[in-house]
Design a protein around this ligand. Structure first.
Ligand code: NAD
Ligand code: WQD
Length: 342
């Protein structure tokens, strides 16, 4: 009998983590999820179990808890780790930077220490296009580093990347994939799992979907005076299922690669806020009232990926188009108007 590979997914109950757990289970991996549920619900994993007919093992705990990690690695023969766990709200990181350096940066250090002690040296880390900072030239390739990121969240991610480089330089046993996501959106086509932000959403798609649902009166569009074709900000939106598939490809690639490997996960296409609103309305036959308001501090005009390195080295590219992203967002939102909460 072929032994199934075991992957520890930290933050696996969250938005991207739950979709990746689904993809890995379907690909035949054994999955162990570690999550403190600070920004997610166990229901996401229950639904993943139902969808796949296989349950991931679940440990309710914190990635900063070294004793828990040591026990976890002692009791389970883990082959690789995919590390999603962390905080991600840019505005919150400005008001509470220490939580970001603790959960994200220190959390990753503790995880790597426990991995090193257990002899587990294959790691995929969730980074972000935010590490490129302001002033990068589009399409952004992996070599570009403009200013330092403008907020503690982004800095926590860039610091982690630097720590991972130092770690890989110190010992050539490490195989590390740093995945820089652009703007993940959408949900699994079943509408059973999706993004479930607590409180008022920060990001465009969850906000827009809540306006369409009538939970919010109108979408604020942050500025129409950028140097873009219609004045609103341009981003590279990527379907969360394409992103999840990217993790599977990276996991396979790391079997034959060492050191730190950085891959952009984006589509390479940029859409403006107004184009997204129009695409959502056209795909779902609904009306999204909006109002142009002032720019949001820290926003940049244009950001989209050069995804050719991932295509070349991983054989991966995003397949799902903007219309599919809009349809799947709406299906999830209408089937689960209160997210995972009843
Ligand atoms: P999410 O909040 O849905 O998932 C993160 C998960 O980690 C949650 O389930 C949360 O409960 C858990 N968690 C947080 N701190 C923890 C800790 N200390 N110990 C254990 N579990 C903890 O977010 P997501 O959108 O799925 O993002 C996943 C990763 O991808 C994050 O690292 C995020 O920074 C990164 N990322 C996200 C985006 C995006 O727009 N969603 C873009 C780029 C990068
Ligand atoms: C997209 C566009 C806004 C909300 C953020 C993080 C980044 C990464 C992804 C984690 C922009 C506009 C938004 C609204 C609007 N996360 N907008 N009205 O800012 O590109 O990236 O999420 O790593 O680090 O910074 O994403 O979805 O917030 O904004 O007009 O109510 O929509 O100005 O042009 P962003 P977003």
């Amino acid at each position: 009998m072929i032994e199934r590979k075991v992957v520890l997914i930290t933050g696996g109950a969250g938005y991207i983590g739950s979709h990746t757990t689904l993809v890995l289970l379907r690909a035949g991996y054994k999955v162990l999820v570690l999550d403190n549920l600070s920004n997610s619900s166990y229901l996401s994993l229950k639904r993943v179990s139902k969808m796949t007919g296989t349950a991931p093992s679940f440990v309710h705990g914190d990635v900063r808890d070294r004793r828990l990690l040591d026990n976890l690695f002692r009791l389970n023969k883990v082959d690789s780790v995919i590390h999603f766990a962390g905080l991600k709200a840019v505005g919150e990181s400005v008001n509470d930077p220490l939580s970001y350096y603790s959960n994200n940066t220190a959390g990753t250090v503790t995880l790597c220490q426990a991995m090193a002690a257990a002899g587990v040296c294959s790691l995929i880390f969730s980074s972000s296009a935010t590490v490129y900072g302001n002033g990068a030239t589009v399409p952004i390739n992996e070599e570009q580093m403009a200013d330092y990121p403008t907020n503690p969240y982004g800095r926590s991610k860039r610091m982690i990347e630097q720590i991972l480089f130092d770690l890989a330089r110190s010992n050539d046993k490490w195989s590390i994939g740093v995945l820089r996501y652009f703007n993940p959106v959408g949900a699994h086509e079943s509408g059973l799992i999706g993004e479930d932000p607590l409180g008022v959403p920060n990001n465009l798609l969850p906000y827009l979907a809540q306006v369409a649902l009538g939970k919010m009166p109108e979408l604020p569009i942050f500025g129409d005076d950028y140097e873009t074709h219609d004045g609103t900000g341009v981003r590279d939106y990527i379907h969360v299922m394409d992103l999840a598939e990217g993790h599977l490809s990276a996991l396979t690639a790391l079997e034959t690669r060492s050191g730190v490997n950085i891959w952009n996960l984006g589509t390479g296409k940029g859409y403006s806020v107004l184009e997204v609103v129009q695409a959502f309305e056209a795909a779902n036959g609904c009306n999204v009232p909006y109002r142009i308001v002032g720019r949001r501090p820290g926003d940049i005009a244009v950001c989209y990926a050069d995804p050719s390195k991932a295509a070349r080295e991983l054989g991966w590219h995003a397949k799902l188009d903007l219309t599919t992203m809009m349809r799947d967002t709406w299906r999830w939102q209408t089937l689960n108007p209160n997210g995972y909460r009843d």
